[in-house]
Design a protein around this ligand. Sequence first.
Ligand code: MOS
Length: 761
Amino acid sequence: MTAAAPEPKANMGKPLSRYDAVSKVTGRATYASDMPLANPAYAFLVTSAIAKGRVDGFDLDDARAVRGVIDIVTHENAPKLKESKLFSNGGYAGTTIQPLKSPDIAHDGQIIAVVIAESYEAAREAANRVKVRYTIAAPSATFDSPGTTTAAAKGQNAQFKEDPKVGDFAGAFEAAEIQLTASYDTPTQHHNPMELFTTSCAWIGDDLVIYEPSQYVYGLKNGVAEQLGIDAGKVRVVNPYVGGGFGSRGSMTPRTAIIAGIARRLNRPVKLVATRDQGFTITTYRAETRHEIKLGASRDGRLVALRHEGAELSSRADAYCVGGTKTTTRLYACPNVDSLVSIVRADRNTPGFMRSPPEVPYLFALESAMDELAVKLNMDPVELRRVNDTTNEPIGGKPYTSRSLMACFDEAAKAFGWAQRSPQPKSMAEGDWLIGYGCAATCYPTQMGPAAARVRLQRDGRTRVEIAGHEIGTGAYTVIAQTAAERLGVPLEKVAVFMGDSDLPPAPVAGGSNSTASTCSAVMMVCDQIRQRLFKAVMPDSLTDKAKETVGIGQAPTTQAAKSDRPLDLEKAFDTLGVGVVEEYGEWKPEGAPLDSFRAMHSGHVRLVGGHQMKDKIAYAFGAEFVEVRVNRFTHEIRCPRLVGAFAAGRIMNPRTARSQLMGGLIWGMSSALLEATEIDERNARYVNDNLADYLVPVNADVAGVEVILLSEQDDHINPAGAKGLGELANVGTNAAICNALYHATGQRIRKLPVRLENIE
Ligand code: MOS
């Protein structure tokens, strides 16, 4: 433990170092494309140079002449694949656009051919020699492009069920003492995880093994089986480590079934490593959004009317949308609320999940508008949040299971030194630099999915935990190992965790920040099954089940596991039972999950539950973020020397890995305000900066002080682990906090992201 590890407060686990730290830094952690394959062929993708139209023909002679080329697969000879429904419509796919099915082109960068060769270099060389003849049509790139179509999201997308409303918005807004109307824009962004989009497929007879970075091995398995028309039991997806996901690997992309089909035809393993620029178009991304917020308030700052209208870009084929109004209409007390989400279709690849999909764009709008309202009211923005804090969400009146929003504001304000702020814009400066302080709220729904686990305990304390969860860089191995160690009272070093394999007991998508809550709840439950068995062996029957639950076992009973100092002698229990190994399997289902969840997980899609969808309550994690910006008076260069966030997310399983997640989130939030945007050539509906040199992300020089404060919070109404999930909490609201600070520094309100020096007047 180093000094950097935060001290655990009440209801927090130990700040242990990562279970997989040494494997990762020594290169022993195996990522999907590291997996050894016997005599693989290499695939290289050819992607469309136009966004709309069709392929009239290929000239492949030059490409075929490259030594080592085995085959070139186009729509004329591609393996036939079945369709898969969109993830948000109950399927697994991130897009229903099926490349290689026909000569039609739906977006720039669509896969139009796959070159297979004896080496990566030969495949790449041949791919560069493929000549394509196109019929080109004029594409619609984005909002305001001619030819886009707009329609309400409701009814188009199964996951978007309602435009929340309550009371009489129009009347209340009209009558409000203070009114605010403002519009906000957020740009296209791409996840750019470090690990490229790779797929290796190997058939052993009728069985298919897929090595691919995935946030959902069960989903990918089921989806590829569906597309290939084979039994899901024949498909195994393996990825013990994933080099970043951020949502880009939650749903299936078309490449996987294509590579699997080619490998089957060749009767040889095929390995694809798509290039960085191809990753921009063969997977998903965060779509650009537009918002109009209307706030009506009384002079004392109480909201009387709130309306949030959002529009999101999607592809022609799919109605993907994030619909963040589900959150923004419920964050503050307000009796009259209205909302509407629309989907705008253009000639683009289908967007998808990207870290905090609904909250990043929608809270940018709401939390910017709250700051604008505070200015109109001449009120401290923290006090404006306090006046509108609530214990019940206003749409259905359901109580929050716990809500520490204002406690987060108070802690973060204190640590930041908010009291030193002089409220007048342009009133703080140092030399050539204008100084601005700003803040915003963050929140993220507590979500969970059904998860199963198998735990094996040996007489010597060695423990094996199996669960098809995912290590996407978050620390999942660590908190799962910690949970088992605490629950069984065995040392952490004796616990081995196996994840990232669809042959293991099913777990949900590692998305929506549900992983810790779901997997740890399942592992806790199964460890308790083991405890029960061992106790039955050595305890007299007179001891009640309750006592059996609360007495620790093993050598090192810890806080969660033991409320008594009567450790159970493991060896004695095993000897009494006359066994060498105790193994248990169990399926944990969160409240509200369908009864047939586990049958469905083996063959169908299972939705996450929680957030605002719970029956008689609503569960969210909260936080408050404060930032300092500095704007150079002459060059307008923008710096962000300080980011301070305080967060409350139920039980913190491991303060060290939690802090890493939240710190990364704050930095990403700053990035979403000042750096990140995928630039679009509107004539050609094409991404221009599709590489890590031109797509701006923060480097160390962009990040000065980041402070994460973890609040102690206990919530017994969410899941057995008591964890709310925080992977997607800290990058929400930061964009608004920065624009609010920029207003304070310069007096200029900027409502369109990202903010670059040319946007400062
Ligand atoms: Mo996250 S965008 O739900 O992987």
